[in-house]
Design a protein around this ligand. Structure first.
Ligand SMILES: [Zn+2]
Length: 228
């Protein structure tokens, strides 16, 4: 069985990408990044999701991105709440972390080369939340080309790296419907940028609002508990 490295964030998208990779016949090697998130709940969700996907290995790379103080996810800026769909799609939000997917994919590429895996999976999506430049197909294609130029395995031709983005053109509702078909348990996932002290989702940040909209459009109920 070929193995694939999958970036797991603990969120809905990467859990679904993981289920798709499994369904395609890959043995999974999960990579999560402890980058100094504002809260620990994301990493707890990563562990739960990795277990539910029966991954063969799960590495958690520790890297301090606290120097990137401009982002609301790694610095003191408040996470925006209650934004309309129009406001969310206008420009790049303050929850953008500088070059985050390049940092994460570089770690995943290193791990893939180390373990002899040619396939990498990342749950990026360019439809519902197109504000992030490092979620676009042209970015992924450029990274894939770079991966094959930047590595010993790529240059010597022992591995031909491929970056799989099975969700890139799907709406959040399509992602959720496919995940449910594949048996993804979304109660294990965590999407909120700003949970309370018990880890409960706020229901009002961009990530919560997109998730709730996705469940509503899929005709399903989000299993997470939100404040009344
Ligand atoms: Zn939230």
């Amino acid at each position: 069985m070929p193995s694939a490295v999958i970036l797991l964030s603990g969120g809905l998208d990467s859990a679904t990408a993981g289920a798709i990779a499994r369904q395609q016949g890959f043995e999974l090697h999960a990579l999560s990044v402890d980058y100094g998130q504002r809260h620990r709940f994301e990493l707890e969700a990563c562990r739960r999701v990795a277990k539910s996907l029966a991954v063969k290995r799960h590495n958690i790379a520790k890297i301090d991105l606290g120097m990137l103080a401009s982002s609301a996810l790694t610095g003191p800026t408040a996470v925006p709440k209650g934004r309309s769909a129009e406001a969310m799609s206008a420009g790049i939000p303050v929850t953008y972390v500088p070059a985050r997917n390049t940092i994460f994919l570089s770690l995943a590429l290193a791990l893939a080369e180390e373990s002899g895996a040619a396939d990498l999976f990342i749950g990026v999506n360019a439809v519902d939340y197109s504000g992030y430049p490092d979620c676009r197909p042209e970015y992924i294609a450029a990274f894939e080309q770079m991966a094959n130029l930047a590595t010993k395995a790529g240059v010597e031709g022992t591995l031909r790296f491929k970056i799989h983005t099975p969700l890139v053109n799907w709406t959040k509702a399509q992602i959720i419907r496919r995940g449910v078909e594949l048996g993804v348990d979304y109660s294990l996932t965590h999407s909120c940028y700003d949970p309370d002290e018990a880890g409960r989702a706020c229901g009002r940040c961009d990530s919560c609002l997109l998730r709730l909209k996705g469940f509503a459009e899929a005709g399903l109920t989000d299993p997470l508990v939100y404040p009344a």
